[in-house]
Design a protein around this ligand. Sequence first.
Ligand code: SF4
Ligand code: SF4
Length: 279
Amino acid sequence: MIKKKFNYRLLVQIFFFTLIAYYAMAKSLAEAGITLSWLVLPDISLHTLCPFGGVATLYSLLTAGELVRQIHFSAVVLAGIIVVLSIFLGPIFCGWVCPLGSVQDWISHVGHKIFKWRYNAMIPKKIDFSLRYARYLVLAWVIYVTAVTGQLIFSDYDPYYALFHFWTGEVAPIGLGILIVTSLLSLIIARPWCKYACPYGAVLGLFNKIKIFGLKRQVHTCISCNRCNKACPMNLDIAHANSVRDTQCISCMECTSDNSCPIPQTVVVVVGSVKKEGK
Ligand code: SF4
Ligand code: SF4
């Protein structure tokens, strides 16, 4: 029986979720005239703390030298920091930081309890495979409408924005609907938003192809038990791969020998790419 190490990822996820939730609530209180005297908040919106805003505004920044409305330059800086992190570790933001990803993970624990082995295995493979391209269409649409309108239209549809504003009355019904559908789907599929719709995940996932620290499976010690596959929220086939370079990997590290693989040093993080990539 594998002995699970301390869950650092959960700790990091709770930290970032609490930070953003606390900031969003304190902002709402401040807008209602209630200030927390022991907390000094910079006068910025939540968009300022969303690195995807930095990506969405990139076209305007490069062509017109200006940011779209609602976006602060700090979002561009954050986006830059996450790009650097992703070059080293892949989409670590998705697996460890994004509060919407964390909420889906937490709901998935309930889904696991209800559906047991059927959890995250109900969508037919062909449909699942095709749906995973949808997030690139969403990304193209977001960049296009942001460039054309000069506004962050996506915030009306963004479940991340809805998650931290649903009590304010500022959230568009469609955003709220997408948040509810994402939460319900998380009861049967792990990370449905990340897999099928997240435009930021689409961007960060590409870094899996070039990341400096990648996951490797040591073929000679693997006992083909498939536990790594069962642990992977993104349904990746680690058990038959030499390395993980799939654009859907969220760098959560759940498949590693520190977490799910029962054989020490079998699924490990290594520097550099592996010559032969298995599937
Ligand atoms: S391959 Fe491993 S690190 Fe990547 S998403 Fe699956 S479990 Fe997480
Ligand atoms: S969990 Fe470890 S031993 Fe089992 S199939 Fe995956 S890599 Fe092999």
